[in-house]
Design a protein around this ligand. Structure first.
Ligand code: FES
Length: 557
């Protein structure tokens, strides 16, 4: 046991560490050789999505005590998608460092990671991968579906859709007030296939979360029972020394990518999976995403791409039902936190609702939910979610309206004299990891008010930003290299033509090479947004989106 190096030492510090811990009221029995299980808790009142993690931690502790372990809960940074400015993504790597160092510095034989909101799950997995002490991740679970006038609402997909109708004058002020208190009816993460649901599901597919755990609703008693059971199991993991490096293998990542495509998962998962893999030494690239996307059908019918919510997904059988459907394409030998392999868990999984989890033969689309684009506008790649896009816009050529910054866009987008029609391609610069900085979820550029009033509900939009997993539309994201580094996106001018060809996986700026060179020669880099502190560290070390936006010095060596 790793913890023995803290407590079973003959010199003064062995004695004093025991004495100081006993000042919390523990008897000498806790030092009888039992594993010490850390519970890394990202609970915070600032993070509504993680607000039930205190009760989950208590259930984990019950399980740990039952199995003969010694649980010790500790706080880690919490990242609130809705409240953090400029964006929670700016702090994902910081949280991952805190998780890694908290695990490494303390006398822990294994650690239970409690996460929920979008960035907390990848940050926990990144930190645990780097520390490589036995670890399991449990998520807060999806919140209850919103309920407004008998209509089920999914936060935030339906919130965005209704807000657009409000901007168009089709939903009243009073109705927006009602919707505001009807959207999220409990703690837990967003209940559509947004980033939090996607990352919870992918943690299960990776083998880092218990089979069947990801989709249990946050307030459901079965989530507490799952936490208690997981508390029992992690004590065995400590004894077996079953570490993340044995679970998060190449096969496990390929399984996660395949599940990502089948669920129509959030585009943010591309960045997070690349970053987690980077911590393990597994070589993953955008090309792996595109290859697996082409081979994997989209079969899970959840918003924003489909019709249902996470509660429906849980009732339909959850992740095991999806993996059963994909079984022939999965690495069934991949190990999971249970000590069993993927094939053992999913071979007999049942599906209880074939409208939510389709059979492969009735797939919603023969290809997966994420496509990777290249072209002279994105030499190092860009991402689009075809399942959440308008089919008629997936092949499109149009003139651009360019916004040099988010500020310019927000100042102009509602002008009645904006020079746009439904074929215009909206381009926004300055949304990348360094440019924004932090790569915020600005990529679903709001539609111009004058077009909303005309009934336009989608347009091609292109940026180097990310998009919330709860969003929808024909939106090209993560254009790399980003504009603030002098990537071709930074050279686009209003009136240029762009060609989008999702089937051919291309996005091209239709100007000559000479013109591109002329503009590049005139381009100058923006002033850095930070000159000190964490922001400066971020700017100096963050990698581009095609490498997961991790810090260069945190990658596995
Ligand atoms: Fe936390 Fe959506 S805001 S999961």
């Amino acid at each position: 046991m790793r913890s023995r190096a803290w407590f079973d030492t003959p010199e003064y510090y062995g004695f004093s560490r025991r004495a100081w811990l006993r000042s919390e009221g523990f008897s000498s029995a806790v030092f009888d050789g039992r594993p010490i299980i850390g519970i890394a808790n990202s609970w915070s009142e600032l993070t509504n999505c993680n607000a039930n993690l205190k009760s989950l931690a208590e259930a984990v502790k019950r399980g740990v005590w039952m199995a003969g372990g010694f649980p010790l809960e500790f706080p880690v940074m919490s990242l609130a998608e809705m409240l953090m400015k400029p964006t929670a993504m700016l702090f994902r790597n910081l949280m991952s460092m805190e998780v890694e160092e908290s695990i490494r510095a303390h006398p822990l034989d294994a650690v239970m990671l409690l996460a929920g909101c979008d960035k907390t799950t990848p940050a926990m997995l990144m930190g645990a991968a780097s520390a490589d002490v036995p670890a399991m991740l449990l998520t807060s679970g999806p919140m209850l579906a919103g309920d407004w006038h008998g209509r089920k609402l999914g936060a935030g997909t339906d919130g965005r859709r209704l807000f657009d109708l409000y901007r168009a004058g089709e939903v009243s002020e009073r109705e927006m007030g009602e919707i505001e208190c009807s959207l999220g009816r409990s703690a837990g993460h967003c209940t559509v296939m947004g980033t939090a649901s996607t990352m919870a599901i992918l943690s299960e597919a990776l083998g880092m979360s218990p089979s069947g755990s990801a989709a249990i609703p946050a307030p459901d008693s079965r989530r507490l029972a799952m936490a208690e059971e997981s508390g029992r199991r992690i004590v065995s993991m400590a004894k077996e020394n079953l570490r993340p490096s044995q679970i998060m293998t190449r096969g496990a990542f390929e399984n996660a990518l395949r599940v990502h495509m089948a669920i129509g998962g959030s585009t943010n998962a591309v960045i997070h999976l690349l970053a987690i893999a980077g911590r393990t030494g597994v070589q993953l690239s955008l090309d792996d995403f595109d290859r697996i996307s082409r081979e994997t059908p989209w079969i899970v019918n959840l918003k924003p791409s489909g019709d249902y919510l996470m509660e429906d997904f849980y009732s339909a059988g959850g992740v095991p039902a999806v993996m059963r459907e994909l079984l022939s394409q999965l690495d069934q030998s991949a190990l999971t936190v249970s000590g069993l392999c993927v094939g053992d868990h999913t071979g007999n999984a049942e599906c209880y609702n074939r409208e939510v989890v389709r059979e492969r033969a009735r797939a919603l689309s023969p290809e997966g939910g994420t496509a990777i684009l290249y072209g002279n506008l994105a030499p190092d790649g860009a991402v689009i979610k075809p399942t959440a896009a308008s089919p008629e816009l997936l092949q499109h050529r149009g003139r651009t309206l360019v916004f040099e910054s988010r500020e310019e866009l927000m100042g102009k987008i509602d002008s009645e004299d904006l020079p746009v029609d439904s074929r215009t391609i909206l381009v926004m610069k300055g949304g990348g990891p360094r440019g924004a900085p932090g790569m915020p979820e600005w990529g679903q550029i709001p539609l111009p008010k004058k077009l909303l009033k005309e009934g336009v509900r989608d347009m091609v939009r292109i940026s180097d930003a990310r998009m919330s997993g709860t969003s929808f539309g024909t939106v090209v994201l993560h254009v790399t290299p980003e504009s603030a580094l002098g990537g071709p996106l930074g050279l686009v001018e209003t009136g240029d033509e762009i060609s989008l060809d999702v089937a051919g996986r291309r996005v091209d700026l239709l100007i000559s090479d000479d013109e591109m060179d002329r503009r590049r020669a005139k381009w100058s880099a923006p002033e850095p947004a930070y000159v000190r502190g964490y922001g400066r560290l971020f700017l100096d070390h963050v990698e581009q989106a095609n490498h997961g936006c991790d810090f260069d010095f945190l990658k596995s060596r």
